[in-house]
Design a protein around this ligand. Structure first.
Ligand code: G1P
Length: 271
């Protein structure tokens, strides 16, 4: 059973400047609730018991958000406000399940994953990229179901406009399992249009095997000088490790860009 998740949170959030110049993007409110809480709620509903946050020194306020007990206690003592008491209880519930590790240099998602190595106990774990919100359907929950059926790794997949392939990890699909799930034959990080094997993109939900850490330990930097998780996944696929691409049925919202962030708030307010 998959009980642990990891969330890389050390990114600088430059696509959301100026909002992110003093404020971590994951704490920016989307319809009155920080983006990261949507991600945590998805994990909890999917049966995850422990979440490892990969933060940086610059993003210490992400930790402070969950560790502000004395502030809450003082306020609650003065004002017996039931809304604040309820919010504090929720924060305490999150705090109990979160561990923090640090990635102080932005060396890529693969490097961020490597920082969690000592914490992962099971053979597989879930990773969620917090810029990628998926609403109306719990994508992590569906992916865990597929993992349980096939004992494989699983990644979320979505068809994208061909012109945008160089923004994503792109799949080459293999054998069909059913309408929404295919085995993956290859995956390429941000290919040029001419090299893209399809228009099926990796979206930020991954069920990864523990053995990926040994791949990442010896991995050379790829595109843009970063250690990409996609490159480590590619090596595992080349060694015939099973990876499934899952077309999710929820709605994808890219809240890491300004237009996507604004759209997220509108979409979520309609739920
Ligand atoms: C990351 C991954 C990429 C994936 C994307 C999904 O890219 O490297 O393969 O398609 O997330 O959002 P980033 O958004 O960090 O550039």
């Amino acid at each position: 059973m998959i009980k642990q998740a990891i969330i890389p949170l050390a990114g600088l959030g430059t696509r959301l400047l100026p909002l992110t110049s003093v404020f971590p993007k994951e704490l920016l409110p989307i319809n009155g609730k920080p983006g990261i809480e949507y991600i945590l709620d998805e994990c909890i509903e999917a049966g995850i018991k422990e979440v490892v946050f990969i933060i940086s020194k610059k993003k210490k306020s992400v930790k402070n958000y969950f560790y502000n007990d004395s502030f809450y206690k003082k306020i609650i003592k003065k004002k017996k406000d039931s809304r604040i008491i309820k919010e504090y209880k929720k924060i305490l519930k999150y705090k109990k399940m979160i561990k923090f590790v640090y990635q102080n240099k932005p060396l890529g998602t693969g490097d961020a994953v490597l920082k969690t190595r000592k914490y992962i106990k099971g053979n597989f774990f879930l990773m969620l990229l917090p810029d990628d919100l998926i609403i109306k359907h719990n994508c992590s929950k569906s992916m865990i179901k597929i993992h349980n059926q096939h004992k494989s790794s699983v990644m979320a997949s979505m068809n994208v406009n061909k012109k945008t392939v160089s923004r994503w990890g792109i799949y080459k699909l293999g054998k069909k399992i059913n309408k929404t799930n295919y085995f993956i034959n290859d995956v390429v990080e941000k290919p040029a249009l001419t090299n893209a094997p399809s228009n099926k993109a990796v979206i930020g939900r991954y069920i990864l095997p523990k053995i990926i850490f040994s791949k990442l330990l010896n991995q050379k930097p790829g595109k843009g000088g970063e250690i990409h998780i996609t490159d480590a996944i590619r090596s595992l696929i080349n060694e015939n490790k099973k990876f499934v691409a899952h077309s999710f049925s929820g709605k994808y919202l890219d809240c890491g860009s300004m237009s996507g962030y604004i759209k997220s708030a509108i979409e979520i307010s309609k739920l």
